[in-house]
Design a protein around this ligand. Structure first.
Ligand SMILES: *Cc1c(COP(=O)(O)O)cnc(C)c1O
Length: 400
Protein backbone atom coordinates (compact mmCIF):
# COMPACT_ATOMS: atom_id res chain seq x y z
CA UNK A 1 0.00 0.00 0.00
CA UNK A 2 1.29 3.46 -0.87
CA UNK A 3 2.37 5.55 2.11
CA UNK A 4 -0.49 7.78 3.14
CA UNK A 5 0.17 11.50 2.99
CA UNK A 6 -1.41 13.32 5.87
CA UNK A 7 -2.42 16.89 6.57
CA UNK A 8 0.03 19.02 8.54
CA UNK A 9 -1.92 18.70 11.77
CA UNK A 10 -1.88 14.91 11.56
CA UNK A 11 1.82 14.85 10.70
CA UNK A 12 2.56 16.61 14.00
CA UNK A 13 1.51 13.40 15.74
CA UNK A 14 1.86 10.60 13.24
CA UNK A 15 5.48 10.58 12.13
CA UNK A 16 8.43 8.18 12.31
CA UNK A 17 8.85 8.89 16.02
CA UNK A 18 5.28 8.13 17.09
CA UNK A 19 6.23 4.68 18.44
CA UNK A 20 9.67 3.71 19.69
CA UNK A 21 10.84 0.54 17.90
CA UNK A 22 12.12 -1.53 20.82
CA UNK A 23 9.55 -0.97 23.57
CA UNK A 24 6.55 0.58 21.85
CA UNK A 25 6.91 3.74 23.96
CA UNK A 26 4.68 6.50 22.56
CA UNK A 27 6.93 9.29 23.80
CA UNK A 28 10.45 9.69 22.40
CA UNK A 29 12.94 8.28 24.98
CA UNK A 30 15.50 10.68 26.44
CA UNK A 31 19.00 9.32 25.82
CA UNK A 32 21.39 10.84 28.31
CA UNK A 33 24.50 8.97 27.14
CA UNK A 34 27.33 11.27 26.11
CA UNK A 35 29.21 8.46 24.36
CA UNK A 36 28.35 5.21 22.62
CA UNK A 37 30.08 1.83 22.68
CA UNK A 38 31.52 0.92 19.30
CA UNK A 39 30.92 -2.77 18.48
CA UNK A 40 33.39 -2.91 15.65
CA UNK A 41 36.84 -1.33 15.28
CA UNK A 42 36.40 -0.93 11.54
CA UNK A 43 32.73 0.03 11.35
CA UNK A 44 31.66 2.98 13.49
CA UNK A 45 28.03 2.87 14.68
CA UNK A 46 25.43 5.51 13.88
CA UNK A 47 26.17 7.31 17.16
CA UNK A 48 29.58 7.87 18.72
CA UNK A 49 29.62 11.09 20.76
CA UNK A 50 26.52 13.06 21.70
CA UNK A 51 27.64 16.48 20.44
CA UNK A 52 27.86 14.89 17.01
CA UNK A 53 24.58 13.02 17.27
CA UNK A 54 22.00 11.82 19.77
CA UNK A 55 18.81 9.80 19.14
CA UNK A 56 16.52 12.20 21.07
CA UNK A 57 17.90 15.19 19.22
CA UNK A 58 17.73 13.27 15.94
CA UNK A 59 14.00 12.69 16.51
CA UNK A 60 13.44 16.44 16.89
CA UNK A 61 15.69 17.26 13.94
CA UNK A 62 13.91 14.81 11.64
CA UNK A 63 10.50 16.00 12.78
CA UNK A 64 11.16 19.69 12.12
CA UNK A 65 12.77 18.86 8.75
CA UNK A 66 9.63 17.02 7.69
CA UNK A 67 7.31 19.79 8.93
CA UNK A 68 9.23 22.54 7.11
CA UNK A 69 9.48 20.45 3.94
CA UNK A 70 13.28 20.21 4.20
CA UNK A 71 15.75 17.36 3.99
CA UNK A 72 17.54 17.92 7.32
CA UNK A 73 16.97 19.72 10.59
CA UNK A 74 19.40 20.80 13.30
CA UNK A 75 18.67 21.63 16.94
CA UNK A 76 20.60 24.25 18.92
CA UNK A 77 20.88 25.51 22.49
CA UNK A 78 19.00 28.71 21.56
CA UNK A 79 17.62 30.61 18.61
CA UNK A 80 20.75 32.78 18.72
CA UNK A 81 22.97 29.67 18.60
CA UNK A 82 21.08 28.57 15.48
CA UNK A 83 21.35 32.02 13.88
CA UNK A 84 25.06 32.31 14.72
CA UNK A 85 25.78 28.84 13.36
CA UNK A 86 24.02 29.74 10.11
CA UNK A 87 26.13 32.92 9.85
CA UNK A 88 29.25 30.75 10.13
CA UNK A 89 28.55 29.76 6.53
CA UNK A 90 30.07 33.17 5.76
CA UNK A 91 33.77 33.99 5.52
CA UNK A 92 35.86 37.09 6.10
CA UNK A 93 35.08 39.72 3.47
CA UNK A 94 31.55 38.48 2.79
CA UNK A 95 28.61 40.83 3.08
CA UNK A 96 25.13 40.15 4.44
CA UNK A 97 22.04 42.19 3.73
CA UNK A 98 19.58 42.23 6.66
CA UNK A 99 16.02 43.40 7.14
CA UNK A 100 16.13 46.64 9.09
CA UNK A 101 13.88 45.76 12.03
CA UNK A 102 15.58 42.44 12.66
CA UNK A 103 15.40 40.74 16.08
CA UNK A 104 17.57 42.64 18.59
CA UNK A 105 19.85 39.69 19.35
CA UNK A 106 20.54 39.12 15.66
CA UNK A 107 21.28 42.84 15.31
CA UNK A 108 23.77 42.57 18.18
CA UNK A 109 25.46 39.47 16.73
CA UNK A 110 25.87 41.06 13.31
CA UNK A 111 26.95 44.53 14.38
CA UNK A 112 29.04 43.76 17.47
CA UNK A 113 30.46 40.28 16.95
CA UNK A 114 30.58 39.21 13.30
CA UNK A 115 31.87 42.66 12.33
CA UNK A 116 35.03 41.85 14.33
CA UNK A 117 35.63 38.87 12.06
CA UNK A 118 35.45 40.90 8.87
CA UNK A 119 31.88 40.00 7.95
CA UNK A 120 30.22 43.09 6.53
CA UNK A 121 26.56 43.99 6.75
CA UNK A 122 24.01 46.55 5.74
CA UNK A 123 20.38 47.00 6.68
CA UNK A 124 17.59 47.40 4.18
CA UNK A 125 13.81 47.59 4.15
CA UNK A 126 13.19 44.06 2.81
CA UNK A 127 9.58 44.91 2.00
CA UNK A 128 10.96 47.15 -0.77
CA UNK A 129 12.31 44.78 -3.44
CA UNK A 130 13.90 47.55 -5.55
CA UNK A 131 15.76 48.84 -2.54
CA UNK A 132 16.99 45.33 -1.81
CA UNK A 133 18.32 44.92 -5.35
CA UNK A 134 20.04 48.31 -5.19
CA UNK A 135 21.73 47.32 -1.93
CA UNK A 136 23.26 44.06 -3.16
CA UNK A 137 27.04 44.35 -3.44
CA UNK A 138 29.51 42.19 -5.34
CA UNK A 139 30.43 40.44 -2.04
CA UNK A 140 26.85 39.98 -0.79
CA UNK A 141 26.40 36.32 0.09
CA UNK A 142 23.29 36.25 2.27
CA UNK A 143 19.91 37.98 2.27
CA UNK A 144 18.58 37.71 5.83
CA UNK A 145 14.82 38.02 6.26
CA UNK A 146 12.22 38.04 9.01
CA UNK A 147 8.68 38.06 7.71
CA UNK A 148 6.59 39.33 9.32
CA UNK A 149 9.37 41.31 10.95
CA UNK A 150 9.90 42.15 14.56
CA UNK A 151 8.32 44.27 15.99
CA UNK A 152 6.73 46.20 13.10
CA UNK A 153 5.33 43.14 11.28
CA UNK A 154 6.59 44.26 7.88
CA UNK A 155 6.02 41.66 5.19
CA UNK A 156 8.72 40.61 2.74
CA UNK A 157 7.77 39.06 -0.59
CA UNK A 158 9.72 35.83 -0.25
CA UNK A 159 9.39 34.72 -3.88
CA UNK A 160 10.65 38.11 -5.11
CA UNK A 161 13.65 38.03 -2.76
CA UNK A 162 14.44 34.44 -3.75
CA UNK A 163 14.45 35.53 -7.42
CA UNK A 164 16.93 38.30 -6.58
CA UNK A 165 19.09 35.91 -4.57
CA UNK A 166 19.28 33.48 -7.50
CA UNK A 167 20.14 36.33 -9.89
CA UNK A 168 23.01 37.54 -7.70
CA UNK A 169 24.09 34.12 -6.41
CA UNK A 170 23.24 34.74 -2.75
CA UNK A 171 21.72 32.48 -0.12
CA UNK A 172 18.43 33.38 1.57
CA UNK A 173 17.96 32.89 5.31
CA UNK A 174 14.48 33.25 6.79
CA UNK A 175 13.82 33.51 10.51
CA UNK A 176 10.41 31.78 10.59
CA UNK A 177 9.87 32.14 14.35
CA UNK A 178 6.72 34.28 14.09
CA UNK A 179 4.69 32.01 11.80
CA UNK A 180 6.11 28.48 12.20
CA UNK A 181 5.61 25.84 9.49
CA UNK A 182 1.92 25.72 10.39
CA UNK A 183 1.41 29.07 8.65
CA UNK A 184 4.43 29.59 6.38
CA UNK A 185 6.93 27.20 4.79
CA UNK A 186 9.73 29.27 3.22
CA UNK A 187 11.65 26.28 1.80
CA UNK A 188 8.67 25.59 -0.46
CA UNK A 189 9.06 29.14 -1.82
CA UNK A 190 12.73 28.55 -2.67
CA UNK A 191 14.40 29.87 0.49
CA UNK A 192 17.69 28.13 1.39
CA UNK A 193 17.86 28.22 5.18
CA UNK A 194 14.97 28.37 7.66
CA UNK A 195 15.77 29.34 11.23
CA UNK A 196 13.65 29.23 14.38
CA UNK A 197 13.81 30.39 17.88
CA UNK A 198 11.97 27.25 19.06
CA UNK A 199 11.79 29.00 22.43
CA UNK A 200 8.69 30.68 21.02
CA UNK A 201 5.67 29.08 19.29
CA UNK A 202 7.32 25.77 18.43
CA UNK A 203 7.81 24.71 22.05
CA UNK A 204 5.11 27.15 23.09
CA UNK A 205 5.03 26.95 26.89
CA UNK A 206 7.68 29.46 28.04
CA UNK A 207 9.74 26.66 29.52
CA UNK A 208 12.68 26.02 27.21
CA UNK A 209 15.31 27.97 25.26
CA UNK A 210 16.02 26.35 21.89
CA UNK A 211 16.78 26.96 18.23
CA UNK A 212 16.37 25.11 14.96
CA UNK A 213 17.70 25.22 11.40
CA UNK A 214 16.15 23.42 8.43
CA UNK A 215 17.54 23.17 4.90
CA UNK A 216 16.55 21.27 1.80
CA UNK A 217 19.79 21.22 -0.21
CA UNK A 218 21.99 18.23 0.75
CA UNK A 219 25.30 20.07 0.31
CA UNK A 220 24.11 22.93 2.51
CA UNK A 221 22.91 20.33 5.03
CA UNK A 222 26.42 18.84 5.18
CA UNK A 223 27.89 22.31 5.74
CA UNK A 224 25.44 23.12 8.53
CA UNK A 225 26.06 19.74 10.16
CA UNK A 226 29.80 20.39 10.07
CA UNK A 227 29.26 23.81 11.68
CA UNK A 228 26.84 22.47 14.30
CA UNK A 229 29.41 19.88 15.35
CA UNK A 230 32.29 22.38 15.20
CA UNK A 231 30.62 25.22 17.12
CA UNK A 232 28.95 22.69 19.42
CA UNK A 233 25.96 24.72 20.60
CA UNK A 234 23.66 21.67 20.42
CA UNK A 235 20.34 21.39 22.26
CA UNK A 236 20.40 19.23 25.41
CA UNK A 237 18.29 16.07 25.44
CA UNK A 238 15.76 17.11 28.07
CA UNK A 239 15.14 20.29 26.10
CA UNK A 240 14.82 18.33 22.85
CA UNK A 241 12.08 16.30 24.51
CA UNK A 242 10.27 19.45 25.70
CA UNK A 243 10.33 20.88 22.16
CA UNK A 244 9.03 17.58 20.75
CA UNK A 245 6.17 17.65 23.24
CA UNK A 246 5.34 21.26 22.46
CA UNK A 247 5.31 20.53 18.73
CA UNK A 248 2.41 18.09 19.06
CA UNK A 249 -0.04 20.90 19.80
CA UNK A 250 1.50 23.48 17.46
CA UNK A 251 -1.39 23.53 14.99
CA UNK A 252 -4.17 23.99 17.49
CA UNK A 253 -2.22 26.58 19.44
CA UNK A 254 -1.37 28.63 16.34
CA UNK A 255 -4.91 28.49 15.02
CA UNK A 256 -6.58 29.54 18.26
CA UNK A 257 -4.08 32.33 18.97
CA UNK A 258 -4.31 33.61 15.40
CA UNK A 259 -8.11 33.73 15.54
CA UNK A 260 -7.88 35.90 18.65
CA UNK A 261 -5.14 38.06 17.12
CA UNK A 262 -7.37 39.00 14.17
CA UNK A 263 -10.12 40.13 16.54
CA UNK A 264 -7.76 42.00 18.82
CA UNK A 265 -6.13 43.79 15.88
CA UNK A 266 -9.54 44.86 14.59
CA UNK A 267 -10.54 46.07 18.05
CA UNK A 268 -7.34 48.06 18.54
CA UNK A 269 -7.55 49.57 15.07
CA UNK A 270 -10.84 51.29 15.83
CA UNK A 271 -9.83 52.41 19.33
CA UNK A 272 -9.29 56.19 19.59
CA UNK A 273 -6.24 55.91 21.87
CA UNK A 274 -4.36 53.53 19.63
CA UNK A 275 -2.32 55.49 17.11
CA UNK A 276 -1.40 52.61 14.85
CA UNK A 277 -1.82 48.84 14.66
CA UNK A 278 0.77 46.70 12.91
CA UNK A 279 -0.75 43.39 11.85
CA UNK A 280 -0.56 41.87 8.36
CA UNK A 281 -4.03 40.37 8.80
CA UNK A 282 -5.58 43.84 8.58
CA UNK A 283 -6.59 45.05 5.14
CA UNK A 284 -5.05 48.41 6.00
CA UNK A 285 -1.62 46.75 6.36
CA UNK A 286 0.78 47.38 3.50
CA UNK A 287 1.78 43.73 3.28
CA UNK A 288 -1.74 42.30 3.50
CA UNK A 289 -1.96 40.76 0.02
CA UNK A 290 1.57 39.31 -0.01
CA UNK A 291 0.93 37.84 3.42
CA UNK A 292 -2.21 36.18 2.04
CA UNK A 293 -0.30 34.73 -0.90
CA UNK A 294 2.67 33.31 0.95
CA UNK A 295 1.25 32.32 4.34
CA UNK A 296 -1.87 30.64 5.65
CA UNK A 297 -2.65 33.53 7.98
CA UNK A 298 -1.10 36.53 9.68
CA UNK A 299 -0.07 34.78 12.89
CA UNK A 300 -0.49 35.55 16.57
CA UNK A 301 1.79 38.56 17.06
CA UNK A 302 0.78 42.15 16.58
CA UNK A 303 2.13 45.53 17.61
CA UNK A 304 0.40 48.79 18.33
CA UNK A 305 1.41 52.23 19.38
CA UNK A 306 0.08 54.51 22.06
CA UNK A 307 0.84 58.20 22.29
CA UNK A 308 4.01 57.99 24.38
CA UNK A 309 5.85 56.23 27.18
CA UNK A 310 3.51 57.65 29.80
CA UNK A 311 0.52 56.09 28.03
CA UNK A 312 2.40 52.78 27.83
CA UNK A 313 3.03 52.88 31.57
CA UNK A 314 -0.60 53.59 32.39
CA UNK A 315 -1.77 50.80 30.09
CA UNK A 316 0.70 48.22 31.35
CA UNK A 317 -0.17 48.97 34.97
CA UNK A 318 -3.82 48.26 34.31
CA UNK A 319 -3.89 45.18 32.10
CA UNK A 320 -4.35 41.97 33.99
CA UNK A 321 -4.09 39.01 31.62
CA UNK A 322 -0.90 39.23 29.54
CA UNK A 323 2.38 38.79 31.34
CA UNK A 324 4.59 41.82 30.77
CA UNK A 325 7.77 40.21 29.57
CA UNK A 326 10.39 39.62 26.94
CA UNK A 327 9.54 36.76 24.55
CA UNK A 328 6.50 35.66 22.59
CA UNK A 329 4.78 32.60 21.25
CA UNK A 330 3.46 31.02 24.42
CA UNK A 331 0.24 29.62 25.84
CA UNK A 332 -0.08 32.78 27.92
CA UNK A 333 -0.36 36.14 26.17
CA UNK A 334 2.81 38.18 26.42
CA UNK A 335 2.96 41.95 26.24
CA UNK A 336 6.39 43.41 25.48
CA UNK A 337 7.89 46.83 25.27
CA UNK A 338 10.38 46.58 22.37
CA UNK A 339 12.16 49.87 23.13
CA UNK A 340 13.35 48.51 26.47
CA UNK A 341 13.18 44.77 25.88
CA UNK A 342 13.82 43.00 22.56
CA UNK A 343 15.40 46.06 20.94
CA UNK A 344 17.27 47.46 23.92
CA UNK A 345 20.52 46.52 22.15
CA UNK A 346 19.72 49.18 19.55
CA UNK A 347 20.63 52.80 20.23
CA UNK A 348 17.62 55.16 20.67
CA UNK A 349 18.58 56.81 17.38
CA UNK A 350 18.60 53.51 15.48
CA UNK A 351 15.29 52.55 17.07
CA UNK A 352 13.58 55.81 16.16
CA UNK A 353 14.85 55.46 12.60
CA UNK A 354 13.17 52.05 12.40
CA UNK A 355 9.88 53.23 13.90
CA UNK A 356 10.38 51.41 17.20
CA UNK A 357 9.07 54.33 19.21
CA UNK A 358 8.61 54.77 22.96
CA UNK A 359 4.86 54.28 22.50
CA UNK A 360 5.15 50.90 20.75
CA UNK A 361 3.91 47.70 22.41
CA UNK A 362 3.98 44.16 21.03
CA UNK A 363 1.38 41.59 21.94
CA UNK A 364 1.85 37.88 21.42
CA UNK A 365 -1.62 36.40 21.74
CA UNK A 366 -1.93 33.26 23.85
CA UNK A 367 -4.72 30.79 24.50
CA UNK A 368 -6.92 32.77 26.89
CA UNK A 369 -10.50 33.24 25.71
CA UNK A 370 -10.75 35.92 23.04
CA UNK A 371 -13.54 37.67 24.94
CA UNK A 372 -11.50 37.86 28.14
CA UNK A 373 -8.52 39.26 26.24
CA UNK A 374 -10.61 41.90 24.49
CA UNK A 375 -12.24 42.97 27.76
CA UNK A 376 -8.87 43.18 29.48
CA UNK A 377 -7.30 45.29 26.73
CA UNK A 378 -10.32 47.56 26.75
CA UNK A 379 -10.16 48.15 30.48
CA UNK A 380 -6.39 48.62 30.19
CA UNK A 381 -6.90 51.38 27.66
CA UNK A 382 -9.42 53.02 29.98
CA UNK A 383 -6.47 53.78 32.25
CA UNK A 384 -4.71 55.80 29.59
CA UNK A 385 -4.99 59.59 29.83
CA UNK A 386 -7.56 61.67 31.65
CA UNK A 387 -9.38 62.87 28.54
CA UNK A 388 -10.43 59.41 27.56
CA UNK A 389 -11.59 58.41 31.06
CA UNK A 390 -13.63 61.57 31.14
CA UNK A 391 -15.27 60.79 27.82
CA UNK A 392 -15.99 57.27 28.95
CA UNK A 393 -17.58 58.51 32.17
CA UNK A 394 -19.86 60.84 30.31
CA UNK A 395 -20.81 58.01 27.96
CA UNK A 396 -21.71 55.83 30.93
CA UNK A 397 -23.80 58.64 32.36
CA UNK A 398 -25.67 58.94 29.14
CA UNK A 399 -26.40 55.23 29.13
CA UNK A 400 -27.69 55.36 32.70
C1 LIG B 1 13.53 35.12 20.34
C2 LIG B 1 13.92 35.30 18.95
C3 LIG B 1 15.19 34.96 18.51
C4 LIG B 1 16.28 34.47 19.44
O1 LIG B 1 15.99 33.21 19.98
P1 LIG B 1 16.49 32.70 21.41
O2 LIG B 1 15.89 31.35 21.52
O3 LIG B 1 16.02 33.67 22.44
O4 LIG B 1 17.99 32.67 21.35
C5 LIG B 1 15.47 35.10 17.16
N1 LIG B 1 14.55 35.56 16.30
C6 LIG B 1 13.32 35.90 16.68
C7 LIG B 1 12.34 36.42 15.67
C8 LIG B 1 12.94 35.79 18.02
O5 LIG B 1 11.72 36.14 18.40
Amino acid sequence: MAKQTYDFQTKLLHNDHKIEKYTGAVSVPIYHASTYHQWDVEQPGEYDYARSGNPTRAALEQTIAELEGGSRGFAFASGMAAITTAFFLLSKGDHVLICDDVYGGTYRMITKVLSRFGIEHSFVDMSNVDEVEASIKPNTKVLYIETPSNPLLKVTDLKAIVRLAKKYDCLTFVDNTFLTPVLQRPLELGVDVVIHSATKFISGHSDVISGLIVVKNEELAEQIYFLQNSFGAVLGVQDCWLVLRGLKTLSVRMEQSTRSAYQIAAFLEQHPLVEQVYYPGLRSHEGYSIQQQQAKSAGAVLSFSLKNKEAVKQFVERVQLPVFAVSLGAVESILSYPAQMSHAAMSPKEREKRGITDGLLRLSVGLESTEDLLRDLEQGLEGVGATYSFRLESREKQIR
